[in-house]
Design a binder for this molecule. Structure first.
Ligand code: DC
Length: 221
């Protein structure tokens, strides 16, 4: 078997990030949060005073992104998330970020046997040949409840109705855009985490990965 690539797609706050990091540790894989690429583009667009609707200017900024800044805590704000959702709808921005993602997947850092990539279009566009494809989802209520608790833990004032409306608007934009819309790959396994805690979601994901690796090894034998 070549590199082990696990694609984890799904809407905001479905639990993809936590799950992906745990899968990466479990299988000794590198991990790329591809949402951070769009968020970093949004941060740089905001800093440059560029209109997020300007596809060409946003793509030029995406092409110059410094991957060393992907851990920047400023990427986690709601304002950056909102602009990320706008710039990520531009095909030119997506094209500018594609090679970095594929290169990460197919040439993972030394000491790892593959990679986990989480995002919206990993199984459909970035790595259609991924070994395992998970589509992690949860109800809008469960996801906005999680986001609300995160924001409360961060100490900011939070408006539950606004968080729910914002998540609904982001879901609409992510799934209705014409370029790489959010949708499960035909060969993805859907994992609904609405009623699961992080440990249960991880257990379910490991079972799916194990079954897929077993059937993959069997078909190669
Ligand atoms: O997962 P996130 O909230 O950090 O993603 C930020 C935005 O980037 C979100 O609106 C969807 C977009 N995104 C995308 O279009 N494709 C990806 N592979 C990852 C994120």
């Amino acid at each position: 078997m070549g590199a082990l690539i696990i694609a984890v797609d799904g809407p905001a706050a479905a639990g993809k990030g936590t799950l992906s990091r745990r899968l990466a540790t479990e299988y000794k894989l590198a991990h790329l949060d591809t949402g951070a690429l769009y968020r970093a583009t949004a941060r740089d667009v905001l800093a440059a005073g560029v209109d997020p609707a300007d596809a060409e200017a946003a793509a030029a900024i995406a092409a110059k992104l410094d991957p060393a800044t992907l851990g920047d805590p400023a990427l986690r704000t709601e304002a950056v998330g909102r602009v990320a959702s706008i710039v990520s709808a531009h095909p030119a921005v997506r094209a500018a970020l594609l090679e970095y993602q594929r290169n990460f997947a197919y040439h993972p850092p030394e000491g790892t046997i593959g990679a986990v990539l989480d995002g919206r279009d990993i199984g459909t566009v970035v790595c259609p040949q991924a070994t395992v494809k998970l589509f992690v989802t949860a109800s809008l209520e469960a996801r906005s409840g999680r986001r609300l608790r995160e924001l409360e833990a961060a100490g900011g004032p939070v408006d539950a109705a606004a968080v729910l409306a914002d998540m609904q608007a982001r879901d609409e934009r992510d799934s209705k855009r014409s370029s790489s819309p959010l949708k499960p790959a035909t060969d993805a396994v859907v994992l609904d985490t609405s009623g699961l805690d992080a440990d249960e979601a991880f257990g379910a994901a490991v079972s799916i990965v194990r079954a897929r690796i077993r059937s993959f090894s069997g078909s190669q034998a």
